[in-house]
Design a protein around this ligand. Structure first.
Ligand code: G3P
Length: 225
């Protein structure tokens, strides 16, 4: 399962890229709005940090297919032709997905709340489909189960679309989908950090250090003992 950063905070992305095994960045209009800056300024900086070949997903705003297709052209011109164009999975969105896929554009079907929607996105040729795990939970349904069901529908119908699960509240939701082997999860920076945060690990390492320093002296390591 690819692990993607769902964030447009340039400093957070830099830090995660330095330390964590991550595979790209997704954004949406609300995430970009948090930066308070011009969207293309922020996205260009992100592209610079992650490199020309890494996955960058950028969402369109238009409600009509023609507008979505025009936005896709501008996004690709500014951020590279390998950029994934996030298209909301609506009636107009499906039309745009079919047009863009016929032109060989990378497409991520987004705003997915049901497996029915995801099935249609798969049939329209989307490369990724993004079910909103936590938002589905908040509707009284099961977000993780929906993402798994979508993964199964794609595999059983020989559709090449991969699940790009989004909207996570906790690390357990992420892990359950990794265990199931869905294609990708896009996760906010603090939840990616949360995959590692564990006081037991810190105290185990502190105990190892204390024992070693009792043996050979304070500040010593295997390099200079
Ligand atoms: O981009 C869609 C998804 O990441 C939204 O997440 O946390 O706003 O539900 P959230």
């Amino acid at each position: 399962m690819k692990l993607i950063i769902d964030d447009a905070n340039v400093e957070a992305i830099k830090a995660l890229y330095e330390y964590f095994p991550v595979d790209g960045v997704t954004t949406n209009p609300s995430i970009l709005a948090k930066s308070g800056r011009n969207p293309y300024d922020v996205l260009s900086e992100i592209r610079e940090i992650i490199g020309a070949d890494a996955e960058l997903h950028v969402q369109v705003i238009s409600k009509k297919a023609e507008g979505m297709v025009a936005e896709a052209a501008k996004i690709r011109e500014k951020l590279g032709t390998n950029t994934y164009i996030k298209i909301p999975t609506t009636r107009e969105g499906l039309k745009a997905m079919k047009t863009l896929k016929a032109e060989g554009v990378n497409v991520t079907a987004t705003a997915i709340y049901t497996a029915q929607q995801a099935f249609l996105a798969g049939k329209a040729g989307a490369d990724y489909a993004a079910p909103y795990v936590n938002r589905i939970d908040n509707l009284g349904a099961d977000g993780v189960a929906t993402a798994k069901k979508i993964h199964d529908i794609y595999r059983k119908n020989n559709l090449h679309t991969e699940v790009l699960a989004a909207s996570f509240k906790n690390t357990q939701q992420v892990l359950e989908l990794a265990e199931y082997g869905v294609g990708a999860a896009t996760v906010a920076a603090d939840i990616i950090e949360g995959l590692l945060k564990n006081a037991c690990v810190d105290s185990a390492i502190d105990a190892f250090t204390a024992d070693f320093e009792n043996l050979v002296g304070k500040g010593k390591t295997m390099e200079n003992c």
